[in-house]
Design a protein around this ligand. Sequence first.
Ligand SMILES: [Zn+2]
Length: 251
Amino acid sequence: MLSWYRDLIKTFGVAGATLLFTNVASRRVIVILRNKFLRAQHECPCCGWQGNRFFDFIEMGYAIPNAECPQCCSHSRHRALFIWLRDVYRIDEKSGTALIFSPERSIATLWKTATGLLPVRLDIQPNRGVDLLADLQALPLKSNVANLIWCHHVLEQVQDLRAAISELHRVLSPENGELIVSVGLNGDGKTREFGFSDKSLSGIRRAFGNDFPEFLTSSGFSVTGLTHELSERQCREYAIYPEKFFLVKKK
Ligand SMILES: [Zn+2]
């Protein structure tokens, strides 16, 4: 956590960083004690962890209670997508080349179950065990190479949204290619551009509205909205707060 604290100082200054660090640390101590002494009521489907409560996820501008797995760091959307990939999409039966943007540690084991799939993990930063350093706005890849593209909560971070979507369209196979994508949706009307990377909101540059699918359809994609198909019991047990995601193909 000390390296995280040093990074916080660079972004928010000593006073802001210390306030956030103290808040996170004190909340974590409470959750650790709860998990030590109270009966388990949650489970992480990604790693099998069981306990009374997940860690709260606290940023400078917002907080999500009961969010992060103490063992694999999964959040609600990772746990939901893990179950959907495994049980509904049947990733183990897929084949071809899969481009995985900003690869999530908590889902990593699932890609290994798809023995016919060649996963290529991409990120703009080298700190996620990636196979290829790549900027989504200008990918170093040939056209039409991807049978599957996995891209979650990345498009709100890129500077040039149109360029990023255009690149996704260029590299996706027109034959059977599928892009599975999600973004943080703010629940109301139009997408709001900030014009800068908001460090208090995990560095996002825009808050997508209900018009998000239009950015894809206007770039030559067809879009199908999906749900996680989870029961109330699963949502409660795995601490999942369902959110929309999309299955996207070339028109
Ligand atoms: Zn976990």
